[in-house]
Design a protein around this ligand. Sequence first.
Ligand SMILES: Nc1ncnc2c1ncn2[C@@H]1O[C@H](COP(=O)(O)OP(=O)(O)O)[C@@H](O)[C@H]1O
Ligand SMILES: [Mg+2]
Length: 322
Amino acid sequence: MSASCLDLLDHLHGSVSVVGSMNVDYTVVTERLPKPGETVNGGPLTLLPGGKSANQASAAARIGAQVRMFGAVGEDTNADFLLEHLRDAGVDTSHIAAVAGPSGTTVITVDANGENTIVYSAGSNGEVSVDYVQQSSDALVAADVLGLCLESPMETVTACARLCHDAGLKVLLNDSPFVAELPAELIEASDILLVNEHEMAQLLDIAEPDDDDWDGLDWSDVARQMHDFGFNQAIITLGGDGSVVIDGDDIYRIAPVAVEAIDTTGCGDAFMGTVLAGLASGHALADSAQLASYVSAYAATGFGAQASYGTAAQIRERFGAK
Ligand SMILES: Nc1ncnc2c1ncn2[C@@H]1O[C@H](COP(=O)(O)OP(=O)(O)O)[C@@H](O)[C@H]1O
Ligand SMILES: [Mg+2]
């Protein structure tokens, strides 16, 4: 794969609406995870901006797309923290609602081996209602592409997909956190599905290959099953092995970009944000995914999710021809 797809970084003028979650991630590193009822000592608490949708919006905005975020923060200091980080990335936050109660949070413990436990408290993310979508509809549809994940109420996600699809936006759905039973209307109103390899296997009831050899899979058969499921276009990310793009009858194997990975948290969201930016700017799905492999590899070289995302200039500098 040539680095010439990095030239797309100069052509990401399109506009993106992202509806969904914003969380503050509270993380403590411990030697080992506590057993039920047990207390262990941990290192210093870190607070980082997260939430899959906020991550996706940040990634798209950092590389140059015009991004508007929709969702709700609570009435607490975490709200300011979340909004400031989004604005810093260049995301338009003016349509985000403020609701009573706490903002979304995630409480994470990570042990010395990198094993973790995660508790998600939806907080204000759970208050993003169909009413809010309807009230925000003019701004929501004033974009080329809509990005959705499943950290918001399903009926809200479905209503967004329907509204934007009918208004002519391309709708990109990230089935994550994974839900096996997607509403028929959501499938119908979404144009493209983005999942990782494990989510794809569960969704289509495909056995995971031995030795993690995803290249041994019959990808034309996966494409057929994906079409039968309701998606003619899909991207399956394969972690450090790159990704596969299904675009109608065409299948593209997108190679990973080799980096010394420090923390792959938020790589999938960086990938999704880049595909949103690429599609919004009129680029093909496979070209957008190829660019996304650079943007997500860059994200693997820094700690955290949003905190590890690069600007177009940083990504060009890191991977551009020397
Ligand atoms: N170690 C890595 N080195 C380079 N790129 C990576 C690495 N891990 C992830 N990526 C990139 O990030 C994308 C998304 O990662 P993946 O783990 O598949 O998503 P998720 O976090 O949703 O499981 C991959 O398709 C790949 O392009
Ligand atoms: Mg993964």
